[in-house]
Design a protein around this ligand. Structure first.
Ligand code: G1P
Length: 304
């Protein structure tokens, strides 16, 4: 695909939500990890809101077994709504449904076996068709002035091709991420945009081409599907999205976008707790009380 062509609008987003969430057991024994709340909204709800704020119109969830709660979340809850309505609880009623996507704008497909992120995205190929699309991993939350995906769509409008949300991580952590091999000869007027000449999934620090890591935000061209069709298992024996994107380098643009904002790794216990604190401090109605409570908690724990 040529990059001189003005890029086609990104209308669809894929949310891979098939993971088992074993790091959060027993909380995730009968509840999808994507339904874990940060303050009062499930992780998947933040991902959905971010996509919506970026202009996404079609929301595609790649689920797995025991993920019904996600489907229910994006549907009406008649009993609850009718009870709230009888009690004239308008605000609560709005929270249950005024954000729901239009009928027909949400789809669910299933990844029958956990074969990796690349495989999960590939499962959405028929729902995407031949157009660019976004991928959002709900585990990765980005607290920012402008929603992360919206920032990336602006970068995409500029350079087209494939855009990956990226940030630097400590060298010892490269083995947890897809890492960008940066093409330093390519200069872009937007300093946040970095051209990739390679990508490596989860390299050991000694083998990492940089410390610039991919976080769970992607804008991809549909060409990735024909690569994923034949993609061999990579790191961890899984079909890796990073490897498929890497194969597109040279045929079409692959850029990293150093987004503005702070990323919380809600796939880890500590990141999840930190996100809860950070997001509760963002809310004016809870901020002061949370600060006071935390001061007390720290004092009791013998910390200043
Ligand atoms: C996935 C991707 C990896 C990326 C990471 C971001 O890994 O494969 O390239 O850096 O998400 O969170 P996972 O965390 O699912 O193992």
């Amino acid at each position: 695909m040529s990059q001189t062509r003005s890029p086609m609008k990104v209308r669809k987003a894929v949310f891979p939500v098939g993971g088992l969430g074993t790091r959060f057991l027993p909380a995730t024994k009968s509840m999808p990890k994507e339904m874990l709340p940060v303050v009062d909204k499930p992780l998947i709800h933040y991902a959905f809101e971010e996509a919506k704020a970026a202009g996404i119109e079609q929301f595609i969830f790649v689920t797995g077994r025991n993920k019904h709660a996600i489907e229910d979340h994006f549907d009406h809850s008649y009993e609850l709504q009718s009870t709230l309505s009888q009690k004239n609880k308008k605000k609560e009623l709005e929270l249950t449904s005024n954000w729901l996507p239009k009928a027909g704008n949400v789809s669910f497909t299933r990844q029958q076996e956990p074969m990796g992120l690349g495989h999960a995205v590939w499962c959405a190929r028929h729902l995407i068709g031949n157009e660019p699309f976004a991928v959002i991993l709900a585990d990765d939350m980005v607290l920012s002035k402008q929603p992360c995906l919206k920032q990336m769509i602006e970068a995409y409008d500029d350079v087209g091709g494939n855009i990956l949300g990226v940030m630097d991580v400590p060298l010892e952590k490269t083995s947890s991420y897809g890492i960008v091999d940066i093409d330093k000869s390519a200069k872009n007027k937007d300093k946040r945009i970095v051209k990739a000449k390679g990508l490596v999934e989860k390299p050991a620090p000694a083998d990492a081409p940089s410390t610039l890591s991919i976080i769970g935000r992607y804008i991809l061209q549909p060409d990735v599907f024909s690569i994923l069709d034949k993609q061999k298992p990579g790191a961890g024996g899984e079909i890796q999205l990073t490897d498929a994107i890497c194969s597109m380098i040279g045929k079409q643009g692959v850029h990293g976008y150093r987004f503005e904002g702070v990323r919380y790794d809600c796939g880890s216990l500590v990141g999840f707790v930190a996100a809860n604190v950070a997001y509760s401090l963002e809310r004016t109605e809870t901020r002061e009380r949370v600060v006071d409570e935390l001061k007390e908690v720290f004092k009791r724990a013998g910390l200043k």
